[in-house]
Design a protein around this ligand. Structure first.
Ligand SMILES: Cc1cc2nc3c(=O)[nH]c(=O)nc-3n(C[C@H](O)[C@H](O)[C@H](O)COP(=O)(O)OP(=O)(O)OC[C@H]3O[C@@H](n4cnc5c(N)ncnc54)[C@H](O)[C@@H]3O)c2cc1C
Length: 444
């Protein structure tokens, strides 16, 4: 089955590069001579989920949950199942995902392939830690390979964070976490200056399972980098409920002809958001949907950036340079007159990822979103890259649409280890644009 993408369903979340794409059924990929790449739900921001010289493989069609054992908390499902459907299934049994990113509309396969992280990285590490095993098919193997820490262990590690380049993940077994309630007992701490975040974040991380800060990127002077740190833990049974995922209440049906996320609209939004959080420390029970997935409530919010789309820039840099690097990145954005809607600062913990090629590493991670303003945005994003690399950090590949090969190499000096495990038939726009531009001398 070959489908042309007429309805933008095969775009990535940034919507920068809106070309027609072809997608084939999971069972038909062996018949094509083109290069291929599995496609989850397109929640990657850039071009790591695209393969425009080839075809995409539909992993979601007929994907289903096969079994969930409430005794052990182990889920057995097709890789194309969405996290939102996993939650629907396990919450009534008192379970939750051990690690979840900021949207529930991603597939299990996408969560593994990008080894995603959440607000509890300092405690639980990345998604790969809860993966027990998966089955994988490759063009250079006749059999379906079972991969785990004990079986095909190298392929297991290369596929976790391998950005879909090592084969198609078919079936996954993941460990879920027993919780008293999916809802969160939340502690919000409003801080008036970035310095205060760095003063309190260690203590908050030590005390709480979840911790993340929203930063008002547009402020300066005595309010520079003000924001709200949201720490939390699963609530007691008596405090929280077991409500199931609800469909989005609001939706952006089409992209407006102009970008609605600009420095004027954002200044007003940021000020309102900052003042909505009460001064000092405030404790409350936050329904899990709002705590983990606030943006899932607005379907298609990425269209608000208008027809040119958005770039996301996520960097990670060593703890020792955390404060000064965060200041440099935020000042750079202001200097270039670029306003970020979602500015999120978090500390990644020391737990090593299971994946060979995972992005998270110990340090601070800053995420910024910018409307695409063409060449001036690209120039400015390059400066953010340079600040990150100078600090000894890395730029996130699965949020990226434009990083140059040198930035990629500095971020992943061991990139050839993944190339070594890449299925020869598999290629992405991202890998073509970065790794394939470097001198490849893969050890046998
Ligand atoms: C609002 C929002 C918030 C986000 N928050 C976070 C966050 O907090 N932390 C974080 O880490 N990420 C975050 N992300 C990014 C997102 O979680 C990842 O990009 C995720 O991997 C997307 O999964 P997907 O199912 O949509 O897959 P896609 O984006 O379609 O594909 C992702 C990768 O997975 C590969 N892939 C998909 N299925 C398979 C398969 N069956 N076999 C092999 N490879 C496969 C693809 O080839 C591709 O390389 C966020 C994204 C959005 C839109």
């Amino acid at each position: 089955m070959l489908v042309q993408d007429h309805d933008n369903a095969l775009q990535s979340w940034g919507r920068i590069d809106r070309v027609k794409r072809r997608i084939i059924h999971r069972d038909a990929w062996g018949e094509t001579n083109s290069q291929v790449l599995p496609f989850g739900n397109g929640r990657s921001y850039g071009d790591s989920c695209h393969s425009d010289d080839g075809v995409l493989i539909n992993t979601r069609l007929n994907a289903q949950i096969h079994n969930f054992d409430p005794e052990t908390g182990i889920l057995d499902a097709d890789a194309g199942v969405l996290l939102v459907d996993v939650l629907h299934h396990v919450i009534p049994h008192g379970y939750f995902l051990e690690v979840t990113p900021g949207t529930s509309y991603i597939t299990l396969g996408g969560a593994i392939a990008n080894d995603v992280h959440g607000k509890n990285h300092h405690v639980k590490g990345t998604f790969g830690h809860c993966v027990q095993s998966f089955t994988l098919v490759r063009s250079d193997s006749d059999s379906v390979l079972t991969c785990s820490r004990d079986e095909n262990a190298k392929l297991f590690a290369a596929t976790i964070g391998g950005m879909g380049l090592t084969g198609i993940i078919l079936n996954v077994r993941v460990q879920l976490m027993k919780v008293s309630s999916p809802d969160i007992w939340q502690k919000s701490i409003r801080f008036n200056h970035l310095d205060q975040y760095f003063d309190i974040c260690d203590e908050m991380d030590q005390r709480h399972e979840y911790s993340v800060a929203w930063i008002d990127q547009l402020t300066s002077g005595k309010n520079f980098g003000r924001g709200v740190l949201m720490a939390g833990d699963h609530a007691d049974q008596s405090e929280g409920g077991r409500t199931l995922p609800k469909p989005a209440k609001l939706s952006v049906p089409f992209a407006p002809p102009i970008n609605l996320i600009n420095k004027y609209s954002l200044s007003a939004f940021n000020a309102a958001y900052f003042h909505k959080a009460k001064a000092g420390t405030h404790e409350s029970i936050a329904p899990w949907q709002g705590y983990f997935y606030p943006l899932d409530a607005i379907k298609g919010w990425n269209k608000l950036y208008g027809p040119k789309g958005l770039f996301q820039h996520q960097s990670v840099y060593p703890l020792a340079h955390g404060r000064e690097t965060t200041i440099r990145l935020l000042e750079c954005a202001k200097r270039h007159d670029h306003a970020s809607f979602l500015t999120v600062l978090k500390r990644f913990g020391a737990k090593n990822s299971v994946g060979l090629f995972s992005f998270p590493r110990e340090g601070f991670t800053l995420t910024l979103d910018f409307a695409n303003q063409g060449a001036r945005t690209l120039k400015f994003l390059r400066e953010l890259d340079e600040i990150t690399i100078e600090a000894g950090g890395a730029v996130n590949p699965y949020k990226d649409q434009r990083m140059a090969a040198d930035v990629f190499k500095a971020s992943f000096p061991d990139w050839e280890r993944l190339e070594n495990h890449r299925d020869p038939k598999f290629m992405s726009n991202f890998w073509q644009r970065t790794a394939m531009q470097l001198n490849v001398s893969v050890p046998a």
